[in-house]
Design a protein around this ligand. Structure first.
Ligand code: ADP
Ligand code: ASP
Ligand code: MG
Length: 403
């Protein structure tokens, strides 16, 4: 029989009533497929656990963080397996260490490298439905690890890869991937098919419906992903390779972030290598620099440099810059009330004028653009956070996404 992987997100297993509904969905597949289930923690649980760790210390040990926050999945998986058992269906929960799901990399941000198939295969053959904990793994020393917030999506894709699943379905609380967050813009439209490339950009640029790593893993392994709702039985979105998609839209979607910070260094004494001197220590401290602009002064001796980082990295960044003996500058200023709004679409590769249309639409609404960055299939602008909703609305209209 063919294998299907079903992943349920936090809201989908957020209450006992929801878990009962999910059991029904699982049952509906079990006649046709060998079902492997991946579950997130019940919604709110992971945040609650993280908050507790923060009350102990802002520098809570990373290995204990992983042991703590991975616990949420143990609860949801055992409740779900228990529900299936109570309905007479053979099922059991599997934590990552019991399989094992092996990860590599640092605590909190590990990546799944290998999944041992033996026990799960045996269990499937015996007619059981395994409920596997998403988000967690173990390293080679059997320490518990986690794979980044929203990581159950990645767990599902990697299980689909290792078990050569026929299908991988991500069940969530919206009906699929929309042109923009449907909880933020009512006229957002469900997308039927979207390419890995566009989905990866949307996810990386703030559309949290899928974790970015999961899309990378799916693209590398050519795994089609169906995203659909566990609340209503409607067709969802297929994430697949570009070749499978016919799309006449220039822009496919709009994403936004809500945790950016802007740092500007005024009067930096300019010399070759100065940008590298500023950014190297940030890189060494795992601080991700995103957008960058540099202006040269008229005499060519000084420069102003602006860049963006995640707002939770701001204090660390300030310290690193002030302590950097290799650079000289007059003043450092920051702004935490900024957000990045991005338009994404493979159509822009072949269509001229997209940048102009984006900037003009924002200008008409009096929205000032602070920093710009582009790639082949996306244009991002940094604007004041309180303009985000207005920006998304006008861009959605400009590129006819509601149609
Ligand atoms: P789950 O718990 O199922 O993993 P998430 O909360 O991680 O669900 O992701 C689903 C949420 O993603 C939706 O409720 C929606 O608000 C948000 N979202 C952001 N951008 C989009 C988009 N373009 N399409 C659909 N949902 C989006
Ligand atoms: N429970 C984890 C989180 O909240 C993983 C997930 O939901 O995918 O980040
Ligand atoms: Mg999620």
């Amino acid at each position: 029989m063919k294998i299907i992987v079903l992943k349920f997100g936090g809201t989908s297993v957020g209450s006992i009533q929801r878990i009962k509904k999910v059991a029904k969905i699982i049952k509906s597949y079990s006649k046709k497929y060998n079902v492997i289930v991946l579950s997130s923690a019940m919604s709110g649980t992971t945040n609650k656990l993280i908050n507790m760790s923060q009350k102990i210390s802002k520098n809570f040990a990373d290995n204990e963080y992983d042991a703590l926050v991975s616990a949420g999945e143990q609860i949801s998986c055992s409740l779900l397996a228990g529900q299936l058992l109570s309905e007479g269906i053979k099922s059991r929960s599997w934590m990552a260490w019991q399989i094992p799901i092996l990860t590599e990399g640092k605590h909190k941000y590990s990546r799944i490298k290998y999944i041992n198939k033996t026990k799960i295969y045996k269990y499937l053959k015996s007619g059981g439905i395994p409920i596997i904990a998403g988000f967690q793994g173990v390293d080679k020393n059997l320490n518990i690890t986690t794979i980044g917030r929203g990581g159950s999506d990645s767990s599902a894709i990697m299980v689909a890869k290792f078990f050569k699943a026929d299908r991988c379905v991500i069940y969530t609380d919206v009906q699929g991937i929309y042109t923009t967050d449907p909880n933020k813009l009512i006229s957002a439209k469900k997308i039927k098919n979207i390419s890995y490339e566009e989905m990866l950009e949307m996810a990386s640029l703030g559309s949290k419906v899928m974790q970015p790593h999961s899309i990378q893993d799916a693209r590398l392994n050519r795994i089609n992903i169906e995203v659909r709702s566990s609340f209503v039985n409607r067709s969802g979105t297929l994430i697949t390779k570009r070749k499978n998609i016919v799309n006449n839209k220039i822009i496919t979607g709009i994403s936004s972030t809500n945790n950016d910070a802007k740092v500007t260094l005024l009067g930096v004494r300019d010399r070759p290598g100065i940008a590298a001197s500023i950014f190297k220590p940030l890189y060494l401290n795992s601080i991700n620099v995103d957008m960058v602009v540099q202006n040269i002064s008229s005499d060519g001796k000084e420069t102003d440099l602006t860049f963006t980082i995640k707002s939770y990295d701001l204090n660390k960044t300030k310290k690193i810059i002030y302590n950097n003996k290799n650079i000289n500058f007059k003043k450092m200023i920051f702004d935490k009330n900024v957000s990045k709004v991005s338009i994404i679409g493979v159509g822009m590769i072949t269509t001229p004028g997209v940048t102009f249309r984006m900037f003009q639409a924002l200008a008409k609404k009096n929205i000032n653009i602070q920093v710009i960055s582009t790639s082949e299939i996306k244009i991002s602008v940094l604007i004041k956070s309180n303009n985000v909703a207005k920006a998304i609305k006008c861009l959605h209209k400009e590129f006819s996404l509601e149609k």
